[in-house]
Design a protein around this ligand. Structure first.
Ligand code: HEC
Ligand code: HEC
Length: 227
């Protein structure tokens, strides 16, 4: 009788553990719907882009008017996805991404201010340079172990999924190359699940340059500096 009740208890405990495990497995894909927490995503819902107009003028010194950069080593903020911009500002503030002056700049911003700025720049359209011929699609875009388009979209505009990948279309050539090299040598390591470090690992400099030229042209923009 004692044996029976013990095994019944053990059985019940095993069922409970099994249920708990099943719950974790069932819940985790949605729980990780973004590298940002629900609270941080809430800052975007509560954002007021007009509130960021004053601060945005300070960003113009390096990122250009309205976040359209004219420096090949500085990314555009215009048209970039707001949740991605917010994540980067949080990462600079926490020093989990090294970005020179950006770390100091981000430390001075409150989290709601960051979200206001992120939405303000995200709402600004990145203008095109006119008719630009898009080169042949490099093989890594749609094939291999880490096809870029799976996360960054076929149009290069990024995707709202569990990785929340940024837009690449129209990105300045030099900044694109620097970013890829940073992921390749892991000097940039703020990518969730190391997705970009894995994607960049097998790439040569020539392959990175082809990808940079492709994505720049996909955004119908011209290179900001000569090769
Ligand atoms: C002194 C120049 C400078 C100023 C001022 C500046 N930035 Fe930056 N920012 C940079 C540079 C350079 C990078 C690229 C850093 C790197 O990857 O090494 C960058 C990167 C970023 C990124 C990451 C973008 C991406 O595609 O990953 C965001 C977001 C950003 N800046 C937002 C801002 C905002 C908002 C302001 C104003 C409050 C601002 N920056 C002011 C120079 C500046
Ligand atoms: C599994 C998803 C995934 C795949 C596959 C992937 N990326 Fe990314 N990529 C991301 C995410 C997420 C980030 C942003 C990481 C962060 O800073 O939080 C990113 C960032 C980048 C950046 C830096 C953008 C910026 O503004 O600083 C570049 C450039 C880039 N990816 C290019 C590529 C290329 C080229 C490929 C294909 C060879 C590729 N990615 C494949 C998810 C992916």
């Amino acid at each position: 009788m004692i044996m029976y009740s013990l095994s019944q208890k053990t059985g019940a405990a095993l069922v409970a553990i099994g249920l708990a495990l099943a719950l974790v497995v069932a819940v985790s894909p949605t729980a990780f719907a973004s590298p940002l927490s629900p609270e941080q995503l809430g800052l975007i819902d509560a954002a007021d882009p007009a509130r960021a107009d004053g601060k945005a003028k300070k960003c113009a010194k390096c990122h250009g008017d309205d976040g359209v950069s004219d420096d090949p080593e500085v990314p555009h903020l215009a048209g970039q996805r707001s949740s991605y911009l917010l994540k980067q500002l949080l990462d600079f503030k926490a020093d989990s991404r090294e970005g020179g002056r950006m770390n100091k700049t981000a430390r001075k911003l409150g989290e709601q201010e960051m979200a206001d700025l992120a939405v303000r720049f995200s709402n600004t359209v990145l203008p095109t340079s006119g008719a630009v011929t898009v080169p042949a699609e490099p093989p890594q875009v749609a094939a291999g172990d880490a096809p870029c388009a799976d996360c960054h979209g076929n149009d290069g505009k990024g995707k709202r999924d569990k990785y929340d990948a940024p837009a690449l279309a129209g990105m300045p050539f030099d900044y694109f190359v620097m970013s890829m090299q940073g992921f390749r040598d892991a000097s940039r390591s703020n990518d969730a699940d190391a997705v970009m470090r894995e994607a960049a690992k097998p790439l040569s400099d020539a392959q990175i340059a082809d990808l940079a030229a492709y994505y720049l042209a996909l955004g119908q923009r011209e290179r900001l500096s000569p090769p």
